[in-house]
Design a protein around this ligand. Structure first.
Ligand SMILES: NC(=O)c1ccc[n+]([C@@H]2O[C@H](COP(=O)([O-])OP(=O)(O)OC[C@H]3O[C@@H](n4cnc5c(N)ncnc54)[C@H](O)[C@@H]3O)[C@@H](O)[C@H]2O)c1
Length: 297
């Protein structure tokens, strides 16, 4: 954002974020906190904020199943405070981090924005409710874009590498570090090599989608866009790429399927290409390469 010429102010509770990575002004605030609405309104007004890019959310699917109330409180309660604050001070532009999790288990080759939404866990539900809340805010003039991210991976700058091992690539890298085999959950899906297929999107391409979205915030309403490459990679393909970039022939441990894993989740990226002129530039090779080279061990 800063490189694209925007002045930025961040608000974060630093529950997973790291304050030492932020080089601009920032505020520590839990968005669902009862005082957050007033505090947010104050920050928006004092800094003459024109556009909010709302990333802050809890995002662990498994944890959301165990603690659904926490997810609704943080993700939905936090968004409610934010929208109220924006309404109060008249900030009418928003880019929202939504997720492919809103689709659930779609039975289609490529998911379009018209595909039905049927989230299968509380995390995905909070994102869909978020989109609905944002859409309803058109009554007071909110112009919003909800970006439904597919599988975000790779690293933009080594010092900003993902420290949490929650997704396939960071988990695999931490297992390689510890010399442990890497689990593949199921090799009996109806896919070419039997493992699950996902659409991996490089974090730098994702960042650019937000920058490209901002100038399009003109009319009240909520426009949703998939952010994916339109290409799928299987778990085995991702791990083969990691073997290539690391030069390490690590062991795989094929286990049973995990409940709730759709066999295939690939974005149609036609809508975002047409409307925002956005297209992913990086593929699996760059994703694996940048994730590996910034691994920090
Ligand atoms: N990483 C992915 O693959 C992916 C996919 C789809 C959607 N998303 C969405 O993208 C957004 C960013 O995800 P990320 O991968 O960077 O996760 P992250 O955990 O690295 O970032 C989330 C940030 O929000 C902050 N935060 C969390 N809850 C908060 C709260 N209640 N109040 C204030 N701050 C809070 C955290 O401290 C952290 O800095 C999230 O909304 C997530 O749901 C991520």
């Amino acid at each position: 954002m800063t490189e694209a010429g925007h002045s930025v102010v961040s608000v974060d509770d630093f529950s997973t974020g790291m304050s030492d990575r932020i080089q601009h002004e920032s505020y520590e605030l839990e968005l669902e906190n009862p005082d957050a609405e007033k505090e947010l309104a104050r920050i928006l007004k004092n800094h003459h904020i024109e556009t909010v890019v709302h990333f802050a959310a809890r995002k662990q699917v498994g944890e959301s199943v165990q603690k659904p109330e926490l997810y609704f409180k943080s993700n939905v309660g936090g968004l409610l405070n934010l929208l109220n604050a924006m309404k109060t001070v008249g900030v009418k532009k928003l880019v929202f981090s939504s997720s492919a999790a809103v689709y659930g288990m779609p039975d289609v080759e490529q998911v379009t924005e018209q595909s039905s939404t049927n989230p299968i866990n509380p995390y995905g539900q909070t994102k869909l409710v978020g989109e609905w809340m944002i859409d309803n805010a058109k009554v007071w003039g909110l112009s919003a874009i909800s970006l439904r991210y597919f599988n975000v991976a790779g690293t933009g700058w080594p010092d900003l590498a993902d420290k949490q091992a929650l997704n396939l690539i960071p988990i695999a890298i931490s297992k390689i570090r510890d010399g442990e085999p890497i689990s593949v959950f199921g090799d009996d899906y109806q896919t070419e090599d039997g493992s699950c297929i996902r659409d991996y999107i490089h974090v730098m391409d994702l960042a650019r989608a937000h920058i490209d979205a901002i100038p399009q915030l003109k009319n009240p309403g909520n426009e949703v866009f998939n952010v994916g490459t339109g290409e799928g990679s299987s778990v085995f393909e991702v791990l083969t790429e990691l073997k290539k970039v690391s030069g390490i022939d690590f062991e795989l441990n094929v286990t049973n399927r995990r409940a709730g894993d759709p066999p295939k989740l690939i974005a149609s990226s036609e809508k975002i290409q047409k409307a925002l002129g956005w297209k992913a530039e990086f593929g699996l090779e760059e994703i694996a390469q940048t994730a590996w080279s910034s691994r920090g061990f």
